[in-house]
Write a new protein. Sequence first.
Length: 332
Amino acid sequence: MATNNEILVIADLTPNYEPKKVTFELLSKAAELQQAGGGSVAVLVMAPDPAGLAQKLGEYGANKLYAASGDHWNKEVAGGAADAVEVAINVSNPRLVLAVASINSRDLAGRLAIRLGSGVLWDVTDVKDEGGKLIFSGPIWGGSYAVSSSFTHDGNAIALVKPNSLTATKREGAAAAEVVPLNVERKTKGATITDSVQEASAGVSLEEAATIVSGGRGMGGPENFKLIEDLAAVLGAAVGASRPVVDAGWRPYRQQVGQTGKTVKPKLYIAVGISGEIQHKVGMQTSETIIAINKDPDAPIFGFADLGVVGDLFKIVPALTEEIKRRKGIAG
């Protein structure tokens, strides 16, 4: 069956059922792709009150909101969500389904691929329409290479997009999305979350941060990350880390930036004692401005940093922190 000229976005929501930034990124990309063809953009919202998000999601490109009402969505693993997405796809029959690349969405996409005979691409970083054909970009082999891919069948295509790979563009004064209620039959039995524990964290999250200060093996040990924390504090920044640092147990996984960690897109990224190997690069290369501090003048990170400082980080970082304090008039 031929698909309709509609793109369906699966909204990624917080535990409080608020849209995450990646939802706005996916909607903005869908709206961009549909401008030429005149097609519509739809979004599936699984929440207690999906209609309450119609205005907010409409401002980022949603013309239509498929509403799967209920207060159970955040208590279930992918099985229940698969039922809702399957119904939305059957109603929409879209040419493309966009969702965030995450562990849960891979489970979800795998289920849908079997049920609907859909093709799936994951870790996508961009989508372009080239003469009516959708071309997907993304890294392979740990980020060593970038490839372009496309679907060879005419069915519903599913693409899982890495957060912070795209740009969210708000359209002021845009109309609220039209709400279309869905009747979702609960036919999949699966695991239910009975309890969850939120890891305590301070400051701004990596995904939302405008400024990030990250440390690598050059920090020498976990005790020296106080230098990173102090600099981040005066900048109002989030703290990040490279994979070797996390693997060594110096910092928690939630702070890992890179291919197997978080993909970030801040306005300013300061890399301290990080060599800049490809695994780290693919997680932060879309930062607007990259500053690298490293004692090795041949470190790979200097090849793509906007500003490089060669020297002893244990002298440079404290001096930088004190200078920022002075300029901001911060005592101590």
